[in-house]
Write a protein that binds this ligand. Structure first.
Ligand code: G3D
Ligand code: MG
Length: 216
């Protein structure tokens, strides 16, 4: 009986996939997280500690940890690493000066034992900004093609409009190989430094992305 239940549970895709959203401060991590959750731009303030939200896309449950990116907080990123399946690295595409720091942090993460099985999605964010670097330029600078031991994908996006975010989620769900389509959209804020606590049904970019992915 227990076995049948476990099989049914896995069939319905209720397993949660842990995601950490990292990147330097001001890159747009929190804006992206709340776009996924609510399909809205929320007013953000520098994240002290972390925000954690459950995002459901096509019956795939992602538990997303948005971790503060200020220099003083980066040394504690590794406390979030265990059981992480996906790293979302958010890059501020206009911030040329600090791309070298992002690169250092990326390769430090990839070398970490707890992240050896993690796949990496890089969001080249703020593509609406004039003079920003393209995803190709960022890819070259970060020498992504040299990464052989982790699956990776780079996606240009604009967190303010949501453009490109579904494509990023699409890559993540494709890594899991999810083909199920009978999801009940559900988003639950578990805890948040924005001090909001609510459950949203049927809205949010996660829901739109489900529709987007099903229409393909
Ligand atoms: P962080 O969580 O990585 O530190 P935030 O970054 O999500 O707090 O975003 C930092 C600032 O960048 C915010 O502006 C936010 O609105 C802005 N931002 C995020 N994504 C984009 C984008 O795609 N384009 C543009 N132009 N701005 C973006 P404020 O002014 O509130 O500090
Ligand atoms: Mg933040």
């Amino acid at each position: 009986m227990g076995l049948i239940f476990a099989k049914l549970w896995s069939l319905f895709g209720s397993q949660e996939h842990k995601v950490i959203i990292v990147g330097l401060d001001n890159a747009g991590k929190t804006t992206i997280l709340y776009q996924f959750l609510m399909n809205e731009v929320v007013h953000t303030s520098p994240t002290i500690g972390s925000n954690v939200e459950e995002i459901v896309v096509k019956n795939t449950h992602f538990l997303m940890w948005d971790i503060g990116g200020q220099e003083s907080l980066r040394s504690s990123w590794n406390t979030y690493y265990s059981n992480t399946e996906f790293i979302i690295l958010v890059v501020d595409s206009i911030d040329r000066e600090r791309l070298s720091i992002t690169k250092e942090e990326l390769y430090r993460m990839l070398a970490h034992e707890d992240l050896r099985k993690a796949a990496v999605l890089i969001f080249a964010n703020k593509q609406d900004m004039k003079g920003c670097m393209t995803a190709a330029e960022i890819s070259t600078y970060l020498t992504l093609s040299s990464i052989k031991d982790h699956p990776w994908h780079i996606q240009s996006c604009c967190a303010l409009t949501g453009e490109g975010l579904c494509q990023g989620l699409e890559w993540m769900t494709s890594r899991i190989g999810v083909v199920k389509s009978f999801s009940i959209p559900k988003r639950v804020i578990l805890s948040s430094s924005l001090n909001t606590r609510h459950t949203v049904r049927g809205r949010g970019l996660g829901h739109s992305c489900s529709k987007y992915l099903l229409s393909k």
